[in-house]
Design a protein around this ligand. Structure first.
Ligand code: ADP
Length: 625
């Protein structure tokens, strides 16, 4: 009989615990096995050489796609089928020996070839090297894959590089093209492409476009020709592994040298070569291609039968164009096929430096506003100045009228003299004419006298008219010395009438100044009238008035000195203020107007007291250069 006692339960528990522990350790062991799994071994065989484009770029892109896409760690080896450069059998055999020495005992899990020379090499030496290793022929032009050479272990991810759409692109952008320089080297695979391009393009180009090949020329000669291509030329760059002299250029970025000298736009077939200097168009994309290749690599490493893997060949990507090259060669974007992408667009200054541009714009606006404000202010000031000058002219005119009023007695006196002389001369002439034998010489003398007195009277009238004429401010060049002499003459009658001893000390050399003569004469008159006024209470023998002119540095000076009471020191400045007067019938405008006129002439007027009594008013005006 079976009994289920305490011991049984304990045993069951122990068994359960140990089973759980075992399962746990088994799971842990399996995880450990994954983490420490041996990496899958991948051998990449690239055509031509390590730096040969576009394959160098394709292998780089495939490596980085595998990092993202492979679920296993990978050990990747890379070799270069450089024997394709010469095509010689002997180096190829040595290369085979080298690879077999490396991989005989530990063959890779997968071989991936890049380009036609590498794919041909593997297919040719498969039995010697990797008889049982699956092989992926990648980045090889489908035209270059011989289906009869494919084994059950081969898969292909080819490229579909057709020359016709590449050249159609050139003619679409540049319909006037007459010459296309085709850059293909002279290694055996390249010689194939020279023939292939000629064959494929004949129907498209006919006689319209001439093709130039350089495979039999030296690289330097080719560069020289590309520098001097005829107008309406284009350049198509395919590859330049070896030049006509057998020199290898493929790993030295030959396209860069071509871009540096070419005088025509350059086109190519693969985006690996599209990095400045190339116009663009339909091109294979190594990024897209690498994604597809990496996908197949993972499937093959995962054990999928290579013969069952069929992926479409990698066609041209959407056309891409370099904005800088389009501008350089004057190609309008309207010529590009629909769906094209334009890259390397240079941003406008607004896009590149938005806030700096905004700042500059704001500064310019601010400055513009400031300038506009200043200009408005200047205009306002100008018009205010014009108005002020007009007012001053009007005031000065009124002032001259009142001065003339004070003159009236002396003017009448001055006019009386010549008129009286004319009358007495005329009467004398009448008497002579009544005599039977008139004294003709005496008559002539009398007529001369009449004429002379008439001229004197006209001169008085002219002076009065010019003083009273209402004219706007009118600047002219004049001699201050002449003006002083004329004014002295003008005032001599008045001085005589007021019993003032008027004398002049006028400089002999000229004093050229610029300004309004009538206004400046008014300054003279105001000062002289004030001086005569100031001396009216003195006995006539002490009334002395001196007008002086002189040259002081760059200034012409004139002064009016009297022997009157002078001006108390605290009033020396005040006398120029408008409406300042000490006279019962005074207006207080004479000196204020004089100062306004002198200042408008860039000059100065000051009042001083003379040592022996009396006042001096001194005016200085800038001498004309
Ligand atoms: P007004 O002659 O109408 O008073 P002005 O402006 O010509 O106005 O003169 C202002 C004042 O300056 C005069 O009232 C007078 O007191 C003083 N003044 C002007 N010239 C002289 C002078 N030569 N001697 C003394 N005082 C003078």
């Amino acid at each position: 009989m079976i009994t289920f006692g305490k011991g049984w339960l304990r045993n069951c528990l122990l068994a359960a615990i140990s089973a759980t522990a075992w399962l746990g350790s088994a799971a842990a062991q399996s995880m450990d096995a994954d983490l420490h799994a041996l990496p899958k071994r991948l051998l990449l065989l690239q055509s031509y050489g390590q730096n040969f484009q576009p394959f160098a770029n394709w292998t780089t892109e495939v490596r980085s796609a595998l990092v993202r896409q492979s679920p296993w760690p990978l050990s990747i080896q890379e070799h270069y089928v450089e024997t394709a450069i010469s095509g010689g059998a002997a180096p190829e055999a040595r290369f085979v020996d080298y690879l077999s020495a490396l991989y005989q005992d530990a063959p890779p899990d997968l071989v991936v070839t890049f380009g036609a020379p590498a794919s041909r090499f593997v297919q040719k030496y498969r039995s010697l090297l990797f008889a049982d290793v699956p092989t992926l022929l990648a980045a090889v032009n489908v035209r270059r894959v011989d289906p009869s050479m494919l084994s059950a272990k081969d898969a292909v991810v080819g490229t579909l590089v057709e020359n016709v759409p590449l050249f159609e692109n050139i003619l679409r952008l540049l319909p006037q093209t007459e010459t296309i320089a085709v850059i293909i080297g002279n290694s055996p695979p390249e010689q194939y492409w020279v023939k292939e391009v000629q064959r494929q393009l004949r129907p498209l180009l006919g006689d319209k476009v001439a093709l130039r090949f350089y495979n039999e020329r030296r690289f330097g000669e080719m560069l020289e020709d590309l520098e001097h291509l005829p107008p309406r030329s284009a350049i198509y760059f395919q590859q330049m592994m070896v030049d006509g002299a057998g020199v290898v250029y493929g790993d030295k970025d030959p396209l860069k040298s071509i871009v540096a000298v070419a005088n025509a736009p350059i086109f190519t077939f693969d985006q690996s070569l599209f990095h400045g200097g190339v116009v663009g168009g339909p091109m294979t994309s190594p990024v897209d291609g690498a994604r597809s290749i990496a996908e197949v690599v993972v499937r093959m490493l995962g054990g999928e039968n290579p013969g069952d893997i069929h992926v479409p060949a990698i066609a041209f990507a959407q056309p891409k164009y370099d904005w800088r090259e389009l501008r350089r060669w004057g190609i309008s974007e309207s010529r590009l096929p629909p769906g094209s992408e334009v890259v390397f667009r240079q941003p406008t200054p607004w896009q590149a430096y938005p806030w700096q541009m905004a700042l500059i714009g704001a500064a310019v606006l601010l400055q513009g506003g400031l300038i506009a404000g200043l200009l408005r202010e200047r205009r306002r000031r100008h018009s205010a100045e014009t108005t002020a000058r007009q007012r001053m002219t009007e005031l000065a005119h009124t002032n001259r009228f009142s001065t003339a009023g004070e003159f009236s007695a002396s003017i009448a006196h001055e006019m009386n003299q010549p008129l009286g002389a004319i009358l007495s001369n005329a009467e004398a002439a009448q008497i002579i004419l009544k005599s039977p034998a008139p004294d003709l010489p005496a008559l002539k003398e009398i007529v001369d006298e009449i004429l002379h007195n008439d001229l004197r009277a006209s001169e008085v009238i002219r002076r009065i008219r010019s003083l009273l004429k209402k004219a706007p401010f009118e600047a002219s060049d004049f001699d201050l010395k002449d003006l002083a002499n004329e004014t002295l003459e003008f005032l001599s009658a008045l001085a005589r009438g007021r019993k003032v001893d008027l004398s002049g000390e006028i400089a002999s050399d000229p004093l050229p100044v610029r300004g309004d003569q009538v206004q400046m004469q008014q300054v003279f008159l105001n000062l002289v009238m004030n001086a005569i006024e100031a001396m009216k209470d003195l006995p006539s023998e002490r009334r002395s008035l001196i007008v002086r002119t002189s040259r002081e540095g760059g200034y012409a000076e004139f002064s009016v000195s009297d022997s009157g009471p002078g001006i108390s020191d605290d009033k020396l400045k005040q006398v120029f203020e408008p409406f300042f007067t000490t006279k019962d019938d005074g207006m207080g405008m004479g000196l204020s107007i004089a100062r306004t006129i002198v200042t408008a002439h860039d000059g100065q007027i000051v009042a001083k007291n003379r040592e022996g009594g009396g006042a001096t008013f001194c005016v200085s005006l800038p001498l004309r250069a």
